[in-house]
Write a protein that binds this ligand. Structure first.
Ligand SMILES: [Zn+2]
Length: 292
């Protein structure tokens, strides 16, 4: 009798344990992130993770400066009328200061010091460099290019292009273009013929636009800073001003000219920047004195 009772009691506890396990199993399934328990075998509901959801933070791109926008503007392949470009410089008064026959060590660097000092005004100038001088002062050429200035081509050794053979004319120009490109990484786009000398032979064989000037400061002749300053400050919109970065009196003049023109509201730009802003497409072999 006692044995039968014991068997019943044991069976009762076994059932009780089984019931408890079954209850626990069901409870766990119901709570397994699927409170509705709908199609539990098919729909896989992702478990919430403790990792924070990545938040998309947009990268803030700096607004392009006028200079960057100008550089990004596609090259104009045909002549267009001024005002048809969306170049931000097209509405500005522009002057291109140009310096020939350098680079020349301390003189060129004094001019570059002023350019750097006025960088916030986007001041750029153009150097028509001799290939022979660029070889002597490559760091100065590089500094000019790094400051956004244009390093253009004034031939290798300042020979009158109208008085030499076609082969020599070509080497005077192309050797210099090679030297400038090897230093700056950019091939110069413009040529200024020494003495401004040009004829049909020059126009036919020099495969670059020929850039002359509209204001000659005669700095090489007067050697007088005040005179150079006075002549340069006659510049108006579209003018190309001729100076030479070979003498201290011209560097001293540049130290006055650049602040004065900035004060007058002029944007000092490179020759290429000025023609681009004016919507004037430069053609190889053609001569230009100003951008207007
Ligand atoms: Zn020259």
């Amino acid at each position: 009798m006692n044995r039968i009772v014991f068997i019943y009691i044991r069976a009762f506890f076994v059932m009780l344990i089984c019931a408890a396990m079954l209850f626990c199993l069901c409870g766990c399934t119901v709570n397994d992130n699927n409170p509705n328990n709908v199609n539990n075998d098919i729909v896989e509901v992702p478990k919430p993770t403790s990792y924070p959801t990545p938040t998309f933070v947009p990268t803030v791109e700096p607004s392009p400066t006028p200079e960057q926008t100008a550089a990004a503007t596609p090259e104009v392949t045909g002549a267009i009328m001024p005002g048809e470009t969306d170049n931000p410089l097209s509405e500005e008064k522009l002057v291109a200061l140009t310096f020939d026959d350098g680079p020349y060590g301390e003189v060129t660097n004094r001019i570059l010091d002023v350019v750097e000092q006025y960088a916030e005004y986007g001041v750029h100038v153009t150097f028509f460099a001799l290939g022979s001088q660029a070889e002597k002062f490559p760091n100065t050429v590089k500094r000019a290019a790094d400051l956004g200035c244009e390093v253009a081509n004034h031939t290798y050794s300042h020979k009158n292009l109208t008085k030499i053979s076609e082969d020599e004319r070509t080497s005077q120009v192309e050797d210099t273009a090679d030297i400038i490109e090897s230093i700056t990484g950019t091939r110069s786009k413009l040529v200024r013929p020494p003495y401004g000398a040009k004829n049909d032979d020059v126009r036919a064989t020099v495969k670059y636009p020929l850039i002359l000037w509209s204001i000659d400061t005669l700095d090489w002749k007067t050697r007088d800073t005040d005179s150079t300053v006075a002549e340069a400050l006659k510049a108006v919109d579209g003018d190309i001003v001729l100076m030479h970065d070979v003498r201290d009196d011209t560097a001293a003049a540049a130290e006055q000219i650049i602040p004065a023109l900035v004060e007058q509201g002029y944007k000092l730009v490179t020759v290429s920047e000025m023609f681009e802003a004016k919507g004037i497409a430069l053609e190889n072999g053609k001569a230009y004195r100003k951008a207007r």
